[in-house]
Design a protein around this ligand. Structure first.
Ligand code: MN
Length: 258
């Protein structure tokens, strides 16, 4: 039996190969994710990639899952050939995270997806991605802003009424930062768009049938003091806390989730 009261939030990681010991990849996340989970009262743990078959084992130790940012998702995972402008992918990370996202949805585990995370969520649920917004979307906004200081907003997004995000945003239009060149294309069945940029780019997705499943295309963690960042992380960690209090989940079939 668990004795702690802090909800445990697993944060997925990237593999990086950096000095001083080149040739030995490390698992890494930016401190910003850890800071925001702590700020909201959660206990962050970093998740290395292990075999996709272990997704349920991993999730059984968690009260919430945070899919972090990173490289492009391999287009073959949504049935497309890579375009020249598509970036490199990380096969081990992709397959592990798809299994995690899939199982987290099946089990109703609170899931917060950020940047690559929301793209991964859409692919895991059967959707597709725009491989390169600048070259594929006529009149696209600059979604790769040069400055990403905590107070640097890139563009605004229009929030869809009657969504979880709308309740947290508190306004129909909010300013966000932007550091992505891909975005959701065909939205997976069961997910709804909860924000769009004014060039049409999907900026947030959620699953209204699940206890807490929300993804944003921007980087709230890079603006830790932004009011919407605080509300997003607080609401997510609160859901993780409820999950912890409830103990083991109800069978997925009881909620009609595939
Ligand atoms: Mn954007």
């Amino acid at each position: 039996m668990r004795t702690t009261s802090l909800p445990v939030v697993g944060i997925t990681s990237a593999t990086v190969d950096v000095p001083p010991v080149k040739g030995f990849a490390r698992y890494a996340v930016t401190h910003a994710y850890v800071h925001c989970v702590r700020q909201a009262g959660g206990l962050p743990v970093l998740l290395p990639h292990v075999e996709p078959e272990l997704a349920s084992e991993v999730l059984s130790r968690l009260d919430g899952l945070l899919l972090s940012g990173g490289r492009d998702v391999d287009p073959s995972l949504y049935g497309e050939e890579p375009l020249p402008a598509c970036g490199e992918s990380d096969a081990a990370r992709d397959t592990f995270e798809i299994a995690l996202a899939h199982r987290a949805c099946e089990e109703g585990l609170p899931l917060f997806a950020i940047c690559r995370g929301v793209q991964l969520l859409n692919v895991a649920r059967g959707g597709t991605l725009i491989q390169d917004v600048p070259t594929r979307v006529a009149g696209a906004l600059a979604h790769s802003q040069k400055t990403l200081r905590w107070d640097a907003y890139g563009h605004h997004v229009d929030v869809v009424a009657n969504t979880r995000l709308a309740g947290l945003a508190g306004a129909p239009r909010v300013r966000v930062n932007s550091d992505h060149h891909q975005a959701a294309d065909r939205v997976a069945d069961g997910l709804v768009v909860s924000a769009r940029a004014h060039d049409g780019t999907v900026e947030a997705l959620e699953d209204p049938r699940l206890p807490w499943c929300l993804g944003v295309q921007w980087h709230p963690e890079r603006m830790p003091d932004d009011p919407l960042t605080r509300r997003l992380f607080a609401d997510f960690v609160e859901a993780a806390h409820r999950r912890q209090a409830e103990g083991s989940a109800k069978p997925a079939a009881a909620r009609g989730v595939q």
